[in-house]
Design a protein around this ligand. Structure first.
Ligand code: NAD
Length: 500
């Protein structure tokens, strides 16, 4: 395409999840001339996308959806936040436009109309059979490939947005070929690097967009067509083209290396606790080296979320199936340290109550896997709660600013059992506000760095007993706090944190 010329008129995104929904919304926002349809086999999810109560929480998403789905011209997020975020500091104006984003369950029809088909379905860790526990479950991807094979028009470009094992494009190609041997579809790899909680900002201002294609002329043409969709708002210099396998692998490696940094700093936090060195000071000391950089060096309770663990498992499985067990072992260590750190943290909570939680109320602030999302997949909180329950506390109160209490209650019922819920005589209760969750609590465990936790629990906590222990999962300055240290931690919450 000529510079500034977008050849794509119709995009279908299959999978209306954390990646599909926000990505489609940003493509629609930046390309008013493209009709974007997001389809999903889950009618309940699609119904939610068509209401005010979107199925996922992301800062700014709601405003953007109102523009592209409903034709609204008011956007506090675009005008106030993106204005500051945009690199040229120009406010983004919203000219009159027709809605160009649709959420639908009509999968086959949307596929048949599309020039570009984005596959953004889930690719979890395989649970059963060969490779269970580490291989990637590509069932959804295969099912979608079959639908695409049957319904896509000749010349449609198929794009892997999902995170997939290296060489998955071959699998898709085989499926397409089995159904449509007469058509030679191009399959691109365009992995998504957004992080939950900052998805819209990440999509608006990505560090890079990777497009992997086959080296043929047709592969390069397809990559250029997809690139033209992104060039509406992303400088060409940030769009990196490469071969398909490199693009697929880049995504797994990016997540593995981010997770590795967390495990690295967490392993050092244990040395700090034993020696009197301060992990925050060490992180500052090393992060100033531009070869290291300061990001992802916050020691804490370890990583959670749906991606890091699954992608490392996928990488270790890949290494092992390629006959490279040493490489697999190396990355497995990142996961082992993560689990060890989480256990260390929960043990420390029990130790700070002289080894027993009997008769104690604990409050868990933060249930999602991090701040600004309601996603609870692989949440460190849930793992800690399971561990703490073994110590028979009288109550575990949970509060998260983004999570719906009924949904969390349901999840606890599913993952631990109905018997742990207060309504059935168990210790667990999910609260709608932090104050009530903290009332009368003997210990407050802050699991995420949600802004609200820096201030709001303070007033009610300062009224609680002297015993209140504040466990902040980030630096662990005191391996075994004594009574006075626990008290000092309480002052820390009512003083330092309140001042933020
Ligand atoms: P998700 O579970 O939120 O969404 C996937 C959606 O696909 C679901 O709504 C599901 O119903 C739908 N789906 C599954 N099979 C389908 C089918 N046959 N037809 C139609 N719809 C179908 O998952 P997600 O978090 O959006 O992740 C999607 C992919 O993106 C994964 O591969 C993930 O690793 C990758 N990824 C996720 C993130 C993240 O932060 N969540 C970031 C980057 C990449």
């Amino acid at each position: 395409p000529l510079p500034g010329q977008c050849l794509v008129k119709n995009v279908c995104c299959i999978g209306a999840g954390y990646v599909g929904g926000p990505t489609a919304a940003m493509i629609a926002l930046q390309n008013p001339q493209i009709m974007v349809t997001v389809v999903d086999k889950d009618p309940a999810r699609i119904r939610k996308w068509n209401t005010k109560h979107l199925p996922i929480h992301e800062p700014g998403l709601h405003d953007i959806i109102r523009i592209v789905r409903d034709g609204s011209r008011e956007s506090p997020f675009i005008n106030e936040r993106m204005h500051f975020a945009s690199r040229n500091h120009e406010p983004l104006s919203i000219p009159a436009r027709s809605p160009n984003l649709i959420f639908s369950t009509e999968v086959s029809r949307s596929i048949s109309e599309a020039d570009v088909i984005l596959i953004a379905v889930n690719t979890p860790t395989k649970r059963r059979g060969l490779g269970a526990g580490s291989a990637t479950d590509v069932t959804a991807l295969e099912a979608v490939s079959r639908e695409v094979a049957i319904h896509a028009k000749a010349g449609a470009i198929i794009v892997e947005k999902s995170t997939v094992p290296c060489r998955t494009a071959d699998t898709i190609k085989t499926i397409l070929h089995a159904h449509r041997p007469d058509v030679d579809f191009e399959i691109l790899s365009n992995p998504e690097f957004l992080a939950e909680g900052t998805a819209m900002k990440d999509l608006l201002l990505p560090d890079r967009v990777i497009i992997g294609s086959s080296p043929t002329a047709s592969g390069k043409r397809s990559a250029a067509a997809l690139s033209s969709v992104y060039e509406s708002w992303i400088p060409r210099s940030r769009i990196v083209t490469m071969n398909t396998w490199s693009a697929e692998l880049s995504k797994l490696v990016a997540n593995a290396i981010l997770a590795q940094r967390i495990s690295s700093i967490n392993s050092i936090s244990a040395i700090c606790e034993a020696t009197g060195a301060d992990i925050d000071e060490v992180a500052t000391g090393i992060g100033l080296d531009p070869r290291i950089g300061s990001k992802f060096l916050g020691a804490g309770v370890g990583f959670g979320g749906s991606c890091f663990k699954k992608d490392i498992l996928s990488l270790t499985y890949l290494a092992e199936s390629l006959g490279l067990p040493e490489v697999g072992d190396y990355w497995q260590q990142v996961l082992d340290i993560n689990e060890w750190q989480r256990e260390r943290f929960t043990r420390r909570i029990v130790r700070s109550f002289n080894g027993t939680l009997v008769g104690k109320k604990l409050t868990i602030l933060g249930y999602a896997f991090k701040k600004d999302t309601q996603d609870t997949r692989e949440s460190p909180s849930l793992e800690c709660i399971k561990f703490l329950l073994e110590e028979v506390p009288s109550e575990i109160a949970i509060y998260d600013p983004c999570c719906n209490p009924a949904t969390v209650t349901e999840e606890l019922r599913r993952s631990i059992g109905a018997h742990v819920l207060k309504e059935n005589g168990g210790p667990m209760e999910v609260y709608e506000d932090a104050y009530r969750a903290c009332e009368g609590s003997h210990g407050v465990v802050i699991m995420t760095d949600a802004d609200e936790f820096k201030t709001s629990p303070t007033p009610s906590l300062s009224k609680t007993t002297r015993e209140t222990a504040i466990q902040d999962p980030r630096p662990f300055p005191h391996p075994e706090p004594t009574e006075s240290e626990i008290f000092a931690l309480q002052r820390y919450l009512s003083g330092t944190l309140a001042a933020h």
